[in-house]
Design a protein around this ligand. Structure first.
Ligand SMILES: [Zn+2]
Length: 146
């Protein structure tokens, strides 16, 4: 897959996209995918229902931090965990949108030792957190080693 074919989205873009999508109720095309926290994609999941509209990845997975961002005591599976693009797993996500109603989702693939798990989370603009986020090219060398 050519990762450069969609734009890199800023936290501000995420808020915009999330607001637009949430204005309408989930449609029958994407309703079963709506989940407030991360979930494995259902076996019936068909990517063709969604369109990839952007990415949050800056550079390769190797250099992206594995740190998570939970200032309010949430954990990775929490439905109210911040959506913080500078942190794991959001720094590996692509943003997808329902072709019918415009609802937006985050998707990334978790690579375990013996499995790959594709995970999805509905984009809630109220949870977007730009903590530590820097535009591409403006990250200091020190921050990438944390
Ligand atoms: Zn939809």
């Amino acid at each position: 897959m050519n990762s450069s074919s969609v734009p890199l989205l800023t936290p501000r873009d995420l808020v915009e996209i999330g607001r637009r999508g949430a204005a309408a109720p989930a449609c029958t095309n994407c309703g079963e995918l709506v989940c407030p926290g991360w979930e494995s994609t259902p076996s019936s999941f068909d990517r063709a229902r969604l369109q990839r509209i952007g990415m949050l990845r800056q550079g390769g997975d190797e250099e992206a931090t594995l740190r998570e961002h939970h200032p309010r005591g949430t954990h990775i599976w929490s439905p109210d965990a911040p959506i913080a693009p500078a942190f794991f797993p959001y720094n590996r996500c692509d943003v997808w949108q329902c072709g019918r109603c415009g609802r937006a989702f985050l998707l990334y693939t978790e690579y375990g030792g013996y499995y790959e798990d594709e995970r999805i989370r509905a984009l809630d603009s109220d949870l977007v957190d730009d903590d530590a986020w820097r535009p591409l090219g403006l990250r200091s060398p020190a921050s990438s080693t944390l």
